[in-house]
Design a protein. Structure first.
Ligand code: SAM
Length: 236
């Protein structure tokens, strides 16, 4: 089985300045879909072909996958898709903060690497700081889509997203998991899981109008929730 990249290793801590939409896309003012951990880019490249009125950006920490996926992206005549190398936890926050208001319309985190152990929790891609950067860049109604075939992977992501208070689910969506994928193109991992008839756990969130919570408070509440055995309760 493929070994995951350790995003905490020193090499991946180097911040990169990601290009602005103006440098990436032919029509930079189109809405952006950002796919975090896009691997070979099957989903984001396919969506770009289907939805030419949007721009599509995949980010991925494994460079050989990025090289292949971005080669395909650069060959697209629409100029509405790119795949960039970065550690999403190091380089995305400043890129998101610099986006023109209401440019980002959808973010997806699909089948992220399964770091189960508590001591590996800092390697998980959806960390409080990244979630808050995403929430700050999304206007009310804009979407965050999460999916995984592993409950122990999606549950902490859902817990964190809901703890932030910044996201709500559409009323009509089934609980706890959405019945289907709102995106018309499956990822590599999704196709593999579907071919084996295994379950997929999906949640679609929409940014609500709540202000961002305090980052440190969110981090410590998430620690309590995700690591109940490590929580030290003090008496009031
Ligand atoms: C299990 S794969 C799933 C890939 C794809 N989303 C799919 O569903 O087929 C998770 C991907 O996230 C990437 N990844 C993990 N941590 C990352 C990080 N901090 N920044 C960017 N990509 C990351 C991995 O290299 C891997 O390609």
């Amino acid at each position: 089985m493929r070994q995951h990249v350790n995003p905490l290793s020193r090499f991946f801590q180097l911040p990169l300045q990601l290009p602005s939409p103006g440098e990436l896309f032919n029509h930079p003012d189109q809405p952006i879909h950002l796919d975090i951990g896009c691997a070979r880019g099957r989903c984001i490249l396919g969506l770009a072909e289907l939805n030419q009125g949007w721009n599509h950006l995949g980010v991925e920490i494994r460079r050989p996958l990025v090289t292949a996926a971005d080669r395909d992206a650069l060959n697209s005549v629409q100029g509405n898709v790119r795949v960039l190398f970065c550690n999403a936890n190091i380089s995305l926050e400043s890129w998101l903060a610099a986006l023109p208001n209401d440019t980002l319309h959808r973010v997806s985190v699909q089948f992220p690497d399964p770091w189960f152990k508590r001591r590996h929790r800092k390697r998980r891609v959806l960390q409080p700081a990244l979630l808050l950067a995403i929430a700050a860049a999304l206007q009310p109604g804009r979407e965050l889509f999460l999916q995984s075939d592993v409950l122990a992977v999606i549950e902490p992501m859902v817990a964190l997203t809901e703890l932030s208070g910044c996201f709500s689910r559409p009323e009509s969506d089934a609980r706890p998991w959405r019945a289907d994928n709102p995106l018309p193109v499956p990822t590599e991992r999704e196709q593999y899981v579907l071919d084996k008839n295994l379950p997929v756990y999906r949640v679609l969130y929409q940014r609500n109008a709540h202000p961002l919570p305090d980052a440190e408070a969110l981090e410590s509440r998430w620690q309590e929730l995700d690591n109940p055995a490590e929580t030290v309760f003090t008496e009031a």
